[in-house]
Write a protein that binds this ligand. Structure first.
Ligand SMILES: O=C(O)CCC(=O)C(=O)O
Ligand SMILES: [Fe+2]
Length: 544
């Protein structure tokens, strides 16, 4: 399990036990350390304390030490020190914790400020956790020192004598983004009036959106932003998808989807053409990974753009997820996007509208490189009307998040809302002055691969579609004959490859996702994806 998962799991757990939300993450961390990692005791401490926002003078913890059962299951010593049997169990737990995270984002609640708390509180169902039922292993409580090592930022568990640490780096130009990460950023991509119209239209729709809810083992937790899953009209009308899209939608909401999946509204459909053009241009410049989709995407609408130079269309957005972040404290925690319907090495295009927020990326260092190099945190400011493309390998090698910020700049839309959307933002009588907005809308355009469509997803004993995840901790290296333009994941961190060797992940798992929706009770099933036996493809690497 990654260090960041540990930290966030602890924080989410603690937050779920609080009588009222505490905005300051360091207060939560201090309480956990103070109570030697006993989350229940930390919650008692904070709930009883005279002030929940001050570090000083917490009431003394209760004398009787009662360790939270769930916590013992989650805080594991290094798997390397475990027996093969218990290491198998650890892997299983790690997969389910990851899957909970990826569908829902574990910073839930911990970043909510007092006034945002009305959006809902984490529910605790207090069952015996799924993990404690599947694994009777008694895990020794951690010492205070060990806890401090758990409570570090993602991927930073290297010892003091380990590889050199790097301070976070803000990537403020497209060139820096391309140099250090498997992403590119493209500014002012839509005609300015369309960008504004789309912002207003999504702001209007977002009033109906929900916060995602899921089970973190036995506790119901809630995402700290609103989200919506949308399908493109032509996809919804395509026979091979028509009956399956509901299943994919339910997956997005951890089984809780209630209505018909909405289709892209007109302004989004218009914007999608610009997005597809840029994404295709970028993909044509890059060296592709062998497991990327190698077929032609199913035909879109009649008005498909024609790529320059007679090139093929290799990517289309057939679905999208949209997120609404209101204020500086709404966030999404470190995660990777589930590959269940995207398949390996997806390209995801993320359009930003409204107030500028940071996109944070951090590489997951493979186990065998941890002694020699450490990860660096990259911050990319995402202004209104910019497109951040997470290229192939980003989901395999990096985690991403939208962190809370101390402050944000209000967004002043340069165009007034159309008459039918006047209600979404107060406007003066003469339609000239508008107050700034503290909202960021994000739309992640995605291509659901035909060879990973919902009817082909394995189901586990829970009867729920499995989730597909890469083995981020292990990579293999291969000789690449094609010409690279430099934007190679192996250059992440700024180093140019000295040869044409590239690294790629070596394994993917199908894992039970039942726990996220079934009161935390998953079956723990997982199996390695076998692309041949499962009939996946075509892949770009076929025949090479
Ligand atoms: O809001 C963003 O930029 C990121 C959203 C995201 O990571 C997601 O929807 O998976
Ligand atoms: Fe994401």
């Amino acid at each position: 399990m990654d260090d960041d998962v540990d930290t966030d799991v602890l924080l989410a757990l603690l937050s779920s036990l609080l009588d009222r939300p505490i905005a300051d993450q360091s207060v939560l961390l201090d309480a956990i350390v103070e109570c030697d990692g006993d989350v229940e005791r930390a919650a008692n401490l904070l709930n009883a304390g005279p002030s929940t926002t001050s570090h000083s003078d917490p009431s003394p913890p209760p004398k009787k030490r009662k360790r939270a059962k769930g916590l013992d299951q989650w805080i594991q010593r290094s798997p390397r020190k475990e027996s093969p049997e218990s290491s198998k169990r650890t892997r299983r737990r790690s997969l389910s914790a990851d899957s909970a995270r990826d569908n829902s984002y574990l910073t839930a609640q911990m970043n909510n400020s007092e006034e945002e708390s009305s959006s809902g509180k984490v529910t605790s169902s207090r069952n015996v956790s799924a993990a404690s039922r599947t694994s009777p292993t008694k895990v020794k409580p951690l010492s205070k020192g060990e806890f401090l090592s758990v409570l570090r930022p993602p991927n930073s568990s290297e010892s003091k004598a380990g590889p050199q640490k790097h301070p976070p780096l803000t990537l403020s130009t497209p060139q820096l983004v391309a140099k250090h990460t498997p992403c590119t950023i493209h500014t002012s991509i839509l005609p300015p009036d369309l960008a504004c119209r789309l912002f207003y239209s999504m702001l209007d729709l977002s009033r109906e959106w929900d916060r995602n809810r899921w089970y973190l083992f036995d506790r119901l937790v809630e995402s700290p932003h609103k989200t919506c899953f949308l399908v493109r009209k032509y996809t919804a009308d395509t026979p091979e998808w028509a009956d399956e899209i509901e299943e994919a939608t339910r997956f997005w909401y951890n089984g809780a989807a209630k209505d018909r999946t909405p289709t892209f509204p007109p302004a989004m459909e218009e914007a999608c053409k610009y997005v597809e053009r840029i994404v295709n241009e970028e993909m044509h410049k890059r060296t592709r990974f062998p497991l990327e989709w190698g077929g032609e995407p199913p035909r879109g609408s009649d008005e498909d753009f024609a790529p320059e130079g007679g090139k093929k269309i290799i990517w289309r957005a057939n679905v999208a997820a949209s997120n609404c972040y209101e204020g500086a404290k709404e966030t999404v925690g470190f995660h990777t996007d589930a590959l269940t319907y995207l398949g390996p090495y997806p390209t995801i295009a993320s359009l930003s509208l409204g107030t500028t927020r940071l996109f944070r990326l951090r590489e997951v260092i493979p186990s065998d490189e941890k002694g020699t190099r450490s990860a660096r945190t990259f911050n990319i400011p995402m202004p209104h009307n910019s497109l951040t493309i997470m290229h192939a390998s980003c989901q395999e090698m990096f985690k991403h998040s939208v962190p809370p910020q101390r402050t944000i700049d209000l967004f002043h839309p340069p165009f007034p809302p159309p008459p039918e959307l006047k209600h979404v933002i107060p406007t003066s009588e003469n339609n000239e002055t508008r107050p700034g907005s503290n909202v960021r809308i994000n739309i992640t355009f995605r291509f659901f691969r035909p060879d990973f469509r919902p009817s082909t997803t394995p189901k586990c004993k829970c009867g729920v579609p499995c989730v597909l995840r890469p083995d981020m901790k292990n990579r293999y290296s291969y000789e690449d004959d094609s010409t690279s333009n430099g934007n190679d994941a192996s250059t992440a961190g700024g180093e140019k490859p000295t040869s044409s060797r590239r690294s790629a992940v070596s394994k993917y798992w199908w894992a039970c996702n039942g726990g996220a929706q079934n009161e935390g009770k998953g079956c723990g099933m997982w199996k390695v994806m076998d692309v041949k036996a499962e009939g996946r493809g075509p892949f770009t690497g076929d025949g090479s």
